[in-house]
Design a protein around this ligand. Structure first.
Ligand SMILES: Nc1nc2c(c(=O)[nH]1)N[C@H]1C(S)=C(S)[C@@H](COP(=O)(O)OP(=O)(O)OC[C@H]3O[C@@H](n4cnc5c(=O)[nH]c(N)nc54)[C@H](O)[C@@H]3O)O[C@H]1N2
Ligand SMILES: Nc1nc2c(c(=O)[nH]1)N[C@H]1C(S)=C(S)[C@@H](COP(=O)(O)OP(=O)(O)OC[C@H]3O[C@@H](n4cnc5c(=O)[nH]c(N)nc54)[C@H](O)[C@@H]3O)O[C@H]1N2
Ligand SMILES: [Mo]
Length: 788
């Protein structure tokens, strides 16, 4: 091997490395020339919305904002490569499923609808009309509409999502598992109860005036690179940026802005975090509760000294409920519990609290490091408590900012992709379309997998995404999908979900966001909502990858027309012929979308009303609520440690720099100094010694859960990393088989992908199911070096 797998990366995030990486990606996708033009049209007022992440754009009108990972996402969609029917039908599904996810993705764009033939174990071409007839037939043969399950991934546009939820509800079910269930579900749940809205309250302009920005459990250098632009500007004007993360993440430390010629040519960079606290995995609730203890102590001292109060008494009195009982609970929480569970020193928590107290306006951001735990809802409510103490919600420069993942995951929820719809929404939908919507709650992601396991012969339909790979308990989930009568995937690229077939299976190829979408009335635009509730249009500029692709709205319309023939009063084909008509219907159903068509055509789009940002609390008691939560000391990790004498680790699964969720663009994780290998395990130096192992050793992981099912993931290379003792990190989805289906967040049911109790064992070769479905094939590293 010529290149070392583990190398020290001491450069800032961004910089020339980012430009080089994009150039490589454009080359790999075979699109020089055309690639550049496509990239320049991302996030422009008359271009398409970047399918990368949900971070907003400056006005959606500013000059091109360079983003390495956005560029990779665009390049992946506009690839010159094609997964042709010849290629797919040449191989058995068995053979295809032995290839890595990287290989599957690398075959390029899907071009034709394909149907699985069980007799030959091969996919073969099917005409669109026949595909819709088959779906209609199988759906209508079900004993109950609730035997059908409709998954959504977060790239689906508002127009497609709206039609999709309408079709599914006219068909008769609320079975809408979606990627949100695995992502920011706890944010929505926690904030709805606390402040009456499940979305963030801040805008980009708030980042320009905040005095302090707290970042919990997020890796923006990789997952929201454009956020580094806001953080860089905030850092330059002297705002405090405080990161809470078990791992030292380069993007949270230093950034070289590829758009800034002075920084690039002079090889300068900007420091991002002013303070960096390496909490233990799952230690954020304890940390924030400790900070609140410090704030309350400082407030008491100020009161006794006759000085100005630290907490905002007026705000608390006028706008909130439960403060007294909450404060009493905080003061009763012992410091030793706070320190043990956070993994921080008392002085560090005091320092974080002092920054909070010293800042007039504070924004708190968070990502998957907060949401994917058993106690995620409680942690988020603790962050909201911290903000409420000093009135840091509903004024400029302050507020909660859950940073969403998929580019339209927030919009899909707004459009009604939700398994627990409100009665008011269903009433209105029923009135506008003249039908009786189903009232029973549907399945979320975990519930859907369980239901498919419990009962065979269901129909599973996926609007995008990669359900088989993104979900927990891989072996079990695969069995669940194989237990179905029919599995259908609307997709742009081949992925593993297409190879985990029900008795019958279909792949339906669709247009991507970068492509021109022409319907009967001419070219169409779709709309999306970003993480800060800005809604704007997106129109593709590339010729479609194949002339036989349908748009997602058209796929829904044709499926609905076929399935609901003679039953539906909705004119599906008329709606899909002109997306303005869909938008008019959206405006009829949602008050916030009044005049949708005219508002969305203004460059930059419009902002959806957020009641909490107006200090209008749409909660049961019309107040913002403080919630008391104990620092948890009886989580699965605590239980697992009690039952064992040998070391039990808490494993967090995360993204590398070269992946988009289950899509693997490349094998490097540049900022963490890992090259050419994904089967790595980040671990503290002292833990390696305690295990009696050394850097570069290959190990197997087994997760601990009291359900007696053995869950393993095999062959990971030990990489020494700056991470607290007892904590491990590895990439998703190689580790998904370790997450028990029964392990999810309280209330929100989000799989606990960031806290899995595991034991580490020397690697032994054996034919393990999750290894044989290798996402990335293992290789031996004889020349690994340590890396901190
Ligand atoms: N390029 C690219 N962009 C993406 C994606 C992608 O895969 N690739 N995915 C998109 C999606 S859907 C999402 S949801 C977002 C995800 O974006 P992020 O939220 O950044 O996701 P992760 O990489 O899973 O993990 C985030 C961080 O959590 C830290 N962490 C782990 N456990 C803990 C903990 O207990 N406490 C704290 N404080 N930190 C912890 C990890 O060290 C890591 O730095 O990005 C979106 N954007
Ligand atoms: N262990 C672990 N598991 C996790 C996570 C974790 O941190 N750790 N994160 C979770 C999170 S936050 C999320 S959001 C989920 C993601 O779960 P999903 O959203 O289901 O997965 P993706 O990998 O984003 O989906 C990729 C596929 O989408 C298809 N696709 C791409 N663009 C389009 C399009 O425009 N239209 C259609 N129809 N299809 C398209 C392509 O075929 C591609 O293969 O994974 C979750 N799983
Ligand atoms: Mo996500």
């Amino acid at each position: 091997m010529s290149k070392k797998i583990v190398q020290v990366y001491d450069r800032p995030a961004g910089g020339w490395g980012a430009l080089k990486s994009v150039a490589e990606q454009i080359f790999q996708q075979g699109i020089p020339g055309k690639g550049a033009r496509t990239l320049l049209s991302a996030n422009q007022p008359d271009g398409f919305d970047c399918p990368g992440c949900a971070w907003p754009d400056q006005d959606h009108t500013s000059t091109f904002e360079f983003c390495e990972n956005g560029a990779k996402a665009v390049a992946a969609e506009s690839t010159a490569r094609r997964a042709t029917p010849e290629l797919i039908s040449k191989h058995t599904v068995q053979w295809l499923s032995e290839q890595t996810d990287f290989w599957l993705e690398g075959q390029g764009r899907l071009t034709q609808p394909m149907q699985y033939d069980r007799a030959t174990d091969k996919y073969q071409v099917i005409e669109w009309a026949q595909a819709f007839d088959l779906i209609a037939k199988r759906l209508n043969a079900l004993a109950s509409p609730n035997d059908a399950i409709f998954y959504t991934s977060g790239r689906t546009s508002n127009e497609a999502a709206f039609l999709y939820q309408l079709f599914v509800r006219e068909f008769g079910t609320n079975n809408f598992p979606d990627c949100s269930n695995m992502c920011h579900e706890p944010s929505g749940f926690a904030m709805k109860a606390a402040i009456g809205v499940g979305k963030g309250t801040v805008l980009l302009s708030d980042f320009e005036v905040a005095d302090a920005i707290l970042i919990f459990g997020q890796n923006p250098g990789t997952n929201h690179p454009r956020m580094l632009g806001e953080l860089r500007a905030a850092s330059k004007r002297g705002a405090s940026i405080v990161s809470f993360n078990p791992l030292r993440e380069r993007g949270l430390e230093k950034f070289q802005n590829p758009q800034n010629m002075v920084e690039m040519i002079g090889d300068q960079s900007t420091s991002i975090s002013s303070d960096y606290f390496q909490v233990k995995i799952g230690g954020d609730l304890a940390t924030v509760k400790g900070m609140i203890k410090c704030v309350l102590e400082a407030d008491l001292a100020a009161q006794q000294a006759g000085k100005a109060r630290i907490i905002d008494l007026d705000f608390i009195a006028q706008h909130t409920a439960n403060f007294d009982s909450f404060a009493a609970d905080v003061m009763a929480e012992p410091w030793d519990v706070v320190l043990r569970e956070s993994g921080l020193e008392r002085a560090q928590i005091q320092r974080a609290a002092d920054i909070y107290i010293g800042a007039g306006k504070v924004i708190a951001c968070w990502g998957m490091g907060i949401t994917q735990h058993k106690h995620s809802v409680a942690t988020i409510q603790m962050i909201v408590n911290l903000l409420l103490l000093r009135g840091n919600i509903g004024r400029p420069g302050a507020g909660p900012c859950p940073v969403r993942g998929h580019s339209n995951v927030q919009g899909d929820r707004t459009m009604g992709i939700y398994e627990k719809p409100s009665p008011a929404f269903l009433d209105r939908l029923g009135q506008v379309f003249d039908f009786a919507p189903p009232r029973e709650d549907g399945y979320d992601t975990v519930g859907a997998i369980q239901a498919m396991l419990d009962e065979s012969n269901k129909v599973f339909f996926a609007m995008g995404g990669n359900f088989a790979t993104a979900t927990p308990d891989t072996d079990l989930t695969h069995r669940a999908l194989q237990n179905c009568a029919l599995t259908v995937h609307v997709a742009t690229k081949l992925n593993r979900s297409h190879l985990i077939c029900g008795r019958e299976a279909l792949i339906l190829p669709c247009l991507g966001r970068t492509e021109i979408d022409i319907q009967e009335t001419g070219p169409q635009a779709v709309s999306v909502e970003d993480s800060m509730s800005m809604v704007h249009l997106s129109s593709g500029i590339n010729a479609p990858a194949s002339s036989n692709l349908l748009s997602e709205p058209m796929i829904v319309a044709r499926m609905a027309a076929a399935t609901l023939k003679g039953r539906s009063k909705t004119d599906w084909m008329w709606l899909a012929a002109d997306y303005d008509r869909i938008r008019d219907k959206i405006a009829e159903v949602f008050d916030d979308f009044a005049d949708f068509n005219s508002k969305v055509k203004v460059p930059g789009g419009f902002h959806l009303r957020n009641t909490a940002s107006e200090r209008n609390w749409v909660t049961a008691n019309k107040k913002a609520n403080f919630y008391a939560h104990p620092v948890p000391t009886d989580l699965p990790i605590h239980q697992a440690r009690q039952s064992r004498t040998s070391p039990v680790f808490n494993l967090g699964t995360m993204r590398s720099h070269d992946q988009y969720n289950t899509t693997i663009y490349g094998m490097n994780d540049r900022y963490r100094g890992v090259f050419g290998e994904r089967r790595v395990l980040f671990i503290n130096k002292e833990d390696i010694a305690e295990l009696g192992m050394k850097v570069g050793d290959w190990v197997d992981l087994e997760s601990l859960c009291d359900d007696k099912i053995q869950r393993q993931a095999k062959r990971f290379m030990l990489v020494e990393y700056n991470i607290p003792r007892g904590c491990l990190a590895a990439y998703f989805p190689e580790t998904n088989n370790l997450i028990p289906l029964s392990s999810f967040a309280d209330f929100a049911r989000t799989p606990t992908s960031k806290s899995i109790p595991v034991v580490v064992m020397p690697h032994t070769a054996s034919q393990n199911s999750s290894e044989s479905k290798a996402v990335s094939k293992p290789q031996m590293a004889s020349d690994a070096v340590s890396h901190v």
